[in-house]
Design a protein. Sequence first.
Length: 600
Amino acid sequence: MSVKGHKYQIWQDVVQTLPGLVLLVILLCLPIVLNDFALLEVTQWLIDGLLALSLTLVWGVGGVFSFGQTVFFGLAGYSYGIVSLNLSGWLGTLLGLLCGIVVALLVASFLGYFMFYGRISNLAVGIITLATTLIFYDLFNSMAGDQYRIGAAAIGGFNGMQRVPTLLNLEIIPHYLLVVIVSALVLAGLIGFRHCRLGRVLNAIRLNEVRTELLGYDTRAVKLIGFGIGGAIAGLAGVLHTSWGNTINPTVFGSGQAILVIILVLVGGKNHLWGAFLGATLLQSLSGFLGTFAQQATPIILGTTLVTIVLLLPGGIAPTLQQFWLRLSRWQYYPELPTLKAKVGGIENKQDRKVGSGTAPNLLEVWQLKRRFGSLLAVNNVNLTFQPGQAYSIIGPNGAGKSTFFNLLIGHLTTTTGAILYKGTDITHLIPHERTKRGISAKLQHPNVFLELSVYENLWLAVAVHYQDAATQSILIVEMLHEIALYDRLTQQADTLSHGEKQWLEIGMAAIAQPTLLLLDEPTAGMSRGEMLQTVALVKRLAQRSTVIVVEHDMEFVRQLGATVIVFSQGEVLTTGSVETVQQDARVLEIYLGQYAKPD
């Protein structure tokens, strides 16, 4: 059995970027018709596009808003200048190229590590990266004295570093062709990266970081890798820029340059990789034209043009052109539907695919658990044990502490005091993806899926973190599609599903790798009675292979499920027992169940 939808998506990208391939041929032929000055201009546009491409990867694909791609651009340029000025010949320039890219990569990795592992907000990332580029702007501006020299390379202060050798000592036309080829290769590489496992996870983080982490991915590490690659690409652009102009100065770190990169990405289309080159070409050529014929009005005309594009084409120019091309070419994308060669549920060694096996007497133990929000004690001294192979329903009125307790179990909240033991091991301080790796999976209160992705892609992301083998992934995906009754919706985008179907999809994502412990927060919220009954049947089937803990308000669901009931009240466990036992408890009837049931 095989699922090849994402491979077809790659082919779709090739078809969609066919105009880009034609443009590449045109660019390679430009030296035949353009003079040297015009070639120098086009070279600079491509370099600007390469810099914008680095931000497209970081922001458009990964969702990390960086205001500081120029930091890596400038540091790589200065590094190239220092090495190439001290090591003569083409070998010195090659070493300078390598050094520039490595410096950019290391700085991006260093900065990204503290930002992402520190879990700062996206807004704070933008502020930190902007502040960093301004720091380097002032730093390099102040290095004007002769003491700021590294061998033959003088930093030069505001005048910058001068007489830097051209890469490989190339002339104008060979250097232009080199930039064209490098840009094409980087773009092609990123298109491939976007569809590999790591690239798809990076894109998932942009769409829904909380869900991505709950699936078991270390979102911090994935963002760090994406940010590092973006920094390296910006560094490559900085080296080519310095080689192109034979000089570099602190203006590359200025706020104006940092803002320009963002504008290029927005105009081209931040979710389309080739849009970076489109935005750079359009804006830089327009700016050059206005600078020649309307110098006084250039800022006004350019600003008006930018505002118009952003208002009329909020997604950028690239998606508009792409849609026009798709209509013109009448291309439509129909991914291959998976075909099941083995009977669903009849796969051998099925137990080998479970995440953990639960060897401890108690699968989950909660000891004296407390969670305080200021003066409010949301969870107060909770002691509970959960046996392997059992199903549990947690009920209670609003404000009883159920959601807080649930978030403590999945790791979204940290405990004030107390401990959580899973299979006899303390997991109190583990973060969500670490708990998922150990076999704990969760569905959140509200549908929390990747709305812009297909049903298949949602399930693939959920299973790929646990299984690398494509055949195993496909088997599990198709099994779960039948389990949640969404096989016929495989290729549909998740945002087209009904509310109940989104709930089932998220349950499927949480259960597809057959976790040892499955946590479900209000799985029937917003469902009709018919959908609720289907969900009961689904949860019962899942409970045959996973311990299930359900937080629920719908008492009809709780009755139908027939699981052990745990009643919360004011942050404490009021009582536990069967549905029938709980319904006879006067305290429960008083605080919660009186409106639903009365004792005989």
